[in-house]
Design a protein around this ligand. Structure first.
Ligand code: ADP
Ligand code: TRP
Length: 319
C-alpha cells in the first residue's frame, strides 16, 4: 500500500497590532479549517514585524497577543505547529541565500515596496527584502498551500519564482506552493470602503468590546445606491447567509441606522464568545509561551533537515 502523504499548509501573521475581521474572514478562518486535513504550520512573523515595531516591550506583547489570537480562533497545538519565526534561524539564513539569486529590479516590482515608495516613505532594507524572508518561511517546509488574503497573492508568486530560480540554478530542491485565497472575501472592506487594514485605521477588531463594535459600525461611511449602503452590506455579508441578508436589505432599504443596528447585533453575537475564550486563555500566559516554545522546536527540526539539503546543493557543506 502506498503511504498517504499529508499535504502541508503554512501561513503567518505579523505581530503588529490587533487582528481585525478582515484578517479573520480573509485568512485566519481558513487556518482553523486546514489544520484538520493538512499538516499545518502557523507562524508569528516577528522578524517581519521588526520593520515596523521597534520597541522590545511592544514586540514581546504583540507576539503573545498573536499566539492568543490563534488559540482563541481555534488553532490547536495538538494538530498544528504554532511557532514564531525568530525561533527558527533557518528562515533568516535561507532568506540571505535567496537575496543572492534575486535582482534588485525584481524586488522593485513588489506592491508593498511600490506603495511605500509612492508614499515617499524611508524604506528599510528589511522592508525591501520582505518577500525573500517570506519565501524562506514557506519554502523551508515543503508547503503545498498558503492560506492568505488577496493582498498576499504577489508574495506567494514571488515565492514560486524564487523556488523555480533556485531549482534551476542548484537542482531540484523546493516544492512550488499555491496561494489559497477565499472566494468573495479575498479583500474585506473597512469602515471607509477601502481594504480593511491595521494601517488605515478603518478596522473592526476581531476581539472588539461591545463599545468598539458600536463605534466602528456607526462610523461606516454610507455612500449609497438606491437605498443600499454598500459598505455596510459588504461587511454584513460576512455574518449572514446571502438570502437572509438580501431580504433584510430590501425590507430596510434606505434605513441606514436600522441596518447598522442589526449589523452591530450580528457582530456582537459572533465576537462575544471569541472574546471570552481569548480572555480565558490570557489568564495563563505561561501555557501560551510553552506552546510557542514546543512549536518552535518542532518547526526547527523540520527546517534544519531542509537546510542540510540546501547547504549541500549550494556547495557550502564540506563535512
Ligand atoms: P493588515 O493589512 O491589517 O496589516 P496583515 O498584513 O497582518 O493585515 O495580514 C494578515 C493576513 O490577513 C494576511 O493573510 C492578509 O492577506 C489578510 N488580510 C489582511 N487584510 C485583509 C482584508 N481586508 N481582507 C482579507 N484579508 C485580509
Ligand atoms: N506577509 C504576511 C502578511 O503581511 C505575513 C507572512 C509572513 C506570511 N510570512 C508568511 C504569510 C508566510 C504567509 C506565509 O500578512
Amino acid at each position: 500500500m502506498t503511504k498517504q502523504v499529508k499535504k502541508t499548509a503554512l501561513s503567518g501573521v505579523q505581530p503588529t497590532g490587533k487582528p481585525h475581521i478582515g484578517n479573520y474572514f480573509g485568512a485566519m478562518r481558513q487556518f482553523v479549517e486546514l489544520q484538520n486535513t493538512y499538516g499545518g504550520f502557523f507562524m508569528i512573523a516577528d522578524y517581519h514585524a521588526l520593520n515596523s515595531v521597534q520597541s522590545a516591550k511592544d514586540l514581546k506583547e504583540n507576539i503573545v497577543d498573536v499566539a492568543l489570537d490563534y488559540l482563541a480562533i481555534g488553532l490547536d497545538p495538538s494538530k498544528a505547529t504554532i511557532f514564531k519565526q525568530s525561533d527558527v534561524s533557518a528562515h533568516t539564513e535561507l532568506s540571505w541565500i535567496f537575496d543572492t539569486i534575486t535582482t534588485v529590479a525584481f524586488l522593485m516590482r513588489a506592491h508593498a515596496f511600490k506603495d511605500a515608495e509612492a508614499k515617499n516613505k524611508e524604506i528599510s532594507v528589511g522592508t525591501f527584502n520582505y518577500p525573500m524572508l517570506m519565501a524562506a518561511d514557506i519554502l523551508l517546509y515543503d508547503v503545498d498551500v498558503v492560506p492568505v488574503g488577496a493582498d498576499q497573492k504577489q508574495h506567494v508568486e514571488i515565492t514560486r519564482d524564487t523556488a523555480e530560480k533556485f531549482n534551476r540554478i542548484f537542482g531540484e530542491t523546493f516544492k512550488l506552493p499555491e496561494a489559497l485565497i477565499m472566494k468573495d472575501v479575498g479583500t474585506v472592506p473597512g469602515t471607509d470602503g477601502q481594504k480593511m487594514s491595521k494601517s488605515y485605521r478603518n478596522t473592526i477588531p476581531l476581539f472588539a468590546t461591545d463599545d468598539e463594535i458600536e463605534k466602528a459600525v456607526m462610523s461606516i461611511v454610507t455612500d449609497s445606491e438606491g437605498g443600499m449602503p454598500k459598505n455596510v452590506y459588504e461587511i454584513h455579508k460576512l455574518f449572514l447567509p446571502k438570502e437572509k441578508l438580501d431580504q433584510l436589505y430590501s425590507e430596510k432599504a434606505g434605513k441606514y441606522k436600522d441596518l447598522k443596528e442589526v449589523l452591530i447585533a450580528d457582530i456582537k453575537k459572533f465576537v462575544t464568545p471569541l472574546r471570552e475564550k481569548r480572555a480565558g486563555l490570557a489568564k495563563d500566559k505561561a501555557a501560551v509561551i510553552k506552546i510557542l516554545k514546543d512549536g518552535g522546536e518542532k518547526a526547527r527540526a523540520q527546517a534544519e533537515a531542509k537546510m542540510k539539503v540546501v547547504r549541500k546543493n549550494i556547495g557550502v557543506s564540506l563535512y
